[in-house]
Write a protein of this length. Structure first.
Length: 164
């Protein structure tokens, strides 16, 4: 009898594994932000069947818009594509823990799920400083999966601030 093959590392993390591919897509978006001089944060909204509905990256510097965070842009575009402000069944995938504004926006959008990469200990509103999306006083609380490709997501930010 042959020994059982070593399971691939992905098999040890069944919660995060399904979100790695869309997080890679969000990382590509984050890189686009960095190339334009914006802090590299990228987001993807997935439709209920898992296809990419919309993408966004931080465009605060490029558009001089304080609300042009990756999540807000991706949610707006997703709603436009969906033809409906309620993104029920959808998943927002973002490279960095959302801020207060974006956590608020994703609650307002009614997405079923938030998936994020790196923690933002300075401004995070999904566990770090606040936990807006799981506040029981709100009527909509999306499921949260965090730490997906967290090292890659954080490394992109570290590199951006180091090279400035
Ligand atoms: Zn934000």
């Amino acid at each position: 009898m042959r020994p059982a093959p070593t399971p691939p590392p992905t098999a040890t993390d069944p919660v995060r594994e399904p979100w790695r591919a869309p997080m890679r897509r969000a990382l590509e978006e984050a890189e686009r932000a960095a190339r334009a001089g914006d802090v590299p944060v990228g987001a993807v909204v997935l439709s209920p069947d898992g296809t990419v509905l919309a993408t966004g990256h931080n465009e605060r510097e490029v558009t001089a818009d304080p609300t042009a965070h990756a999540e807000v842009l991706a949610l707006r575009r997703a709603a436009e594509a969906y033809g409906e402000w309620r993104l029920t069944g959808c998943t927002l995938v973002v490279t960095l823990e959302p801020c207060v504004m974006c956590a608020g926006a994703l609650v307002q959008s009614r997405v079923d799920r938030l998936v994020f990469g790196a923690l933002d200990e300075k401004a995070g509103a999904v566990g770090s400083l606040w936990d807006l999306v799981r506040d029981r006083r709100l009527n909509h609380r999306p499921e949260v999966v965090q730490g997906v490709l967290a090292e890659e997501c954080a490394a992109l930010l570290t590199r951006f601030f180091r090279d400035r």
